[in-house]
Design a protein around this ligand. Structure first.
Ligand code: PLP
Length: 226
């Protein structure tokens, strides 16, 4: 299927309240342009320099989302333009994002990544760490960074029930966090879960943003999953 046909097919399956993030890591500027021409304007990348280089060659109407593990010394490459960082996993990283947001005189939106599979190879905070992060409230000191929600990656498994359970648990935790933050000025409204292999389950379990790469652009030439 062509990129445009894949996008059409996905859009017909994804409800209007769910954002489709086209994950374009390793894909060329030409392939991204094809998706832009087909009406797609949110793209996800997991390498800071790659995202910066692509952003410079493409229309500034694109909303760039950073979806991978972010090293602190790379924040500077994306801070001027990134629309949403899905993968904040420490206060140290957040403090660097704050610094770069100030430098660029802007507010940067982010999600906290939760390690919902419990796999040690995956990044993200544990539920316990994330709960402490929210309840301690230290993040509110970073006034140029705005917490918008949570992100999770399900286990790489054929067991659909397990995937569903992991998404369900994250959704329930998301609702808890939302009620904790309710009285402050937070727009805690984004639950990023679901990829090519599991987005239908994620949507059924309450996702508001799916990150889809190979189902749009075809298989990547090398494995690049964080
Ligand atoms: C690569 C990647 C995706 C997209 O994966 P596909 O299986 O190609 O849809 C989604 N989220 C993250 C964090 C990724 O690194």
């Amino acid at each position: 299927m062509s990129i445009a046909d894949s996008l059409d097919s996905l859009k017909s399956q994804i409800p209007g309240h769910v954002d489709l993030i086209a994950v374009s890591k390793t894909k060329s500027v030409e392939e991204i342009q094809t998706a832009v021409d087909a009406g797609q304007n949110i793209f996800g990348e997991n390498q800071a320099q790659e995202m910066k280089a692509k952003s410079e060659e493409l229309t500034d109407q694109i909303h760039w989302h950073f979806i991978g593990h972010l090293q602190r010394n790379k924040v500077k490459y994306i801070a001027p333009f990134v629309k949403l960082i899905h993968s904040v996993d420490s206060l140290k990283l957040l403090s660097e994002i704050q610094k770069q947001a100030l430098k660029n005189s802007r507010v940067i939106d982010y999600l906290v990544q939760v390690n919902i599979s419990g796999e040690s190879s995956k990044s993200g905070m544990t539920y316990e760490q994330c709960e402490a992060f929210i309840t301690d409230g230290d993040f509110t000191n970073f006034t140029s960074c705005r917490i918008r929600g949570l992100m999770g990656i399900a286990s790489l498994t054929d067991n659909r029930d397990q995937i569903r359970q992991e998404f369900r648990e994250l959704k329930s935790f998301f609702e808890e966090c939302k009620s904790m933050l309710n009285d402050s000025a937070h727009a805690f409204d984004t639950l990023s879960m679901g990829m090519s292999s599991d987005y239908t389950i994620a949507i059924e379990e309450g996702s508001t943003a799916v990150r889809i790469g190979s189902a749009i652009f075809g298989e990547r030439n090398y494995p690049n999953i964080t």
